[in-house]
Design a protein around this ligand. Structure first.
Ligand code: BG6
Length: 495
């Protein structure tokens, strides 16, 4: 389908996300011929800068961060010529005139009123003034053609998320608002729904009768990097669990939607979030573990502890690791624990979901044959490996009856030749096309905050006694092992 002429306006144009993710994604979309033929990109920032300086700043980022590297000159020239920069101080009541002028210039050059996407890649405190500026300018009024993309974090708790939702819904209609969770754009995350609902093999066993428990791990080797300012105010529960891990959980646990329509899919996800058993204040210590990394070794390199990182308070109580046990009170999942964990400075960058099945109801093999018994397991590998392993028991070769484990392996790279798009490519293209399926609706965000609210409250009330409590390069605090062991389980080693 031919795409309508589109102007993408990025608030936070000079920021890290624009250079690392958004511009490389838009450039790759252009190289794949997926951008509208008429497509302009406007960066907005407080600093004054000319177009060429802005373009050079973005171009050097492309060389560093694009999945294709710098690519050739020619495509950049074409791409670069679509980019311009407008300086606006959104906090000033007079702001907006320069942007309005730029938008009108482009429209009159093209001879059409283009679709407009306003991408808010700015901190939460700037959302309100930026939205107010757009409203004042009247440039985002066409609810079919004008859209707002809102980056995370979406609030810092349930109250601020509600306030932001109310503010936005007073200015725009819900169908114009695209709240981003970039994990939802990852191929392997989208594949969870394909795997579950496009095959008749797995769905019949995808429930409490056959599944013992589920583990979701998102492990990172990086520390806080240069984001201490942000992370000190956030912590891993807000930064990763409230959004990315809960969204993965929704995809694993949701009921089949009747169609792939955006609201059908999102309704089913909200059902999961609403069914998560609330954690009582007195039980937070049983179901949630927080941790903070001390100095240690990651991938052979000595690294500093979190409290020693620049911009971090030497007494910081911010968690860099979280493990949770969640239960879902519905027909399908009653009694099946979902264990979630995420952390920085863990031994490997690896994200995966493990579905661990129950043992067969009757063990008919002689005990000598099953000394290494492991139940079936499906491991959905999100990154860096992309694929699915289905672990089964087989007879080992030999004259004796001895069972052993084997994997049925699917890998994207082996099964398909085409390179996968980055999450931001998929999501930006969806926003351009007007498809909100992979974006968060207001109620989804609020339900997700409700899940983590009791934990936030309990942790804020009582500072951690033992931070830092895991050395960088380990799999997190021992308390997380004890938590899962209380349920009779143990963390599976990813990989
Ligand atoms: C972001 C978090 O949303 O996701 C970061 O703010 C985290 O702290 C990042 O590092 C991980 O994303 P990815 O795509 O690199 O796995």
């Amino acid at each position: 389908r031919k795409l309508d002429p589109t102007i993408i306006v990025i608030f936070g144009g000079g920021g890290d996300l624009t250079r690392r993710k958004l511009i490389p994604a838009l450039h790759n979309l252009m190289l794949d011929n997926l951008l509208p033929q008429r497509c302009a990109i406007i960066g907005i920032g407080r600093r004054s800068m000319d177009d060429d300086t802005f373009r050079n700043h973005l171009k050097s980022g492309l060389e560093q961060f694009s999945r294709r590297g710098g690519s050739t000159e020619q495509p950049w020239d074409d791409f670069g010529s679509r980019i311009s920069y407008v300086s606006e101080d959104v906090t000033s009541k007079e702001s907006g005139a320069a942007l309005t002028r730029r938008l009108n210039e482009i429209d009159s050059d093209w001879g059409v009123r283009a679709n407009r996407i306003f991408y808010l890649a700015i901190p939460p405190s700037m959302m309100e003034p930026a939205a107010a500026m757009l409203q004042r300018m009247g440039v985002c009024r066409d609810c079919k053609r004008d859209r707002l993309v809102v980056e995370k974090p979406f609030g810092r708790d349930i109250a601020s998320a509600r306030t932001l939702n109310q503010l936005l819904s007073g200015m725009f209609v819900e169908s114009q608002i695209y709240r981003i969770d970039h994990f939802l754009g990852k191929e392997t995350v989208q594949n969870i729904l394909a795997f579950r609902f496009a095959n008749s093999l797995f769905e019949p066993v995808w429930n409490r009768r056959y599944i013992d428990h589920v583990q979701i791990t998102v492990a990172e080797t990086v520390g806080v990097e240069n984001r201490a300012n942000f992370f000190e105010q956030s912590g891993a529960l807000r930064d990763m669990i409230q959004n990315h891990l809960l969204q993965i959980l929704c995809l694993v646990a949701m009921e089949p939607p009747i169609s792939f329509d955006a609201d059908e899919v999102r309704n089913k996800k909200v059902d999961v979030l609403r069914a998560i058993r609330p954690i009582l204040a007195d039980d937070v210590h049983k179901s949630a573990v927080r941790g903070q990394y001390a100095r240690g070794f990651v991938e052979g390199q000595a690294v500093a502890g979190y409290r020693e990182e620049s911009g971090v308070s030497p007494h910081s109580c911010t968690e860099t690791y979280v493990a949770l046990k969640l239960l879902i009170d519905n027909w399908r999942w009653q009694g099946v624990p979902f264990y979630l964990r995420t952390g920085k400075r863990l031994p490997a960058k690896v994200s995966e979901v493990s579905i661990i099945f129950r043992s067969p109801p009757h063990q008919l093999f002689p005990s000598a044959a099953v000394d290494n018994w492991q139940p079936n397991r499906i491991v959905i590998k999100i990154q860096p490996e992309e694929g699915i392993n289905t672990r089964i028991q087989v007879k080992q070769p030999g004259t004796r009856l001895l069972l052993g484990e084997a994997d049925m392996r699917f890998r994207y790279g082996e099964a398909f030749k085409a390179a996968a798009p980055e999450a931001y490519e998929t999501l930006l293209l969806d926003a351009i096309r007007g498809d909100a399926t992979l974006f968060m609706r207001a109620d989804q965000v609020e339900c997700a905050w409700n899940v983590v609210s009791p934990i936030l409250a309990a942790w804020e009330a009582v500072p951690p006694a033992d931070f830092p409590d895991y050395p960088a390069g380990s799999w997190g605090p021992e308390a997380a092992d004890r938590m899962i062991a209380r349920g009779g389980h143990n963390w599976l080693q990813p990989g």
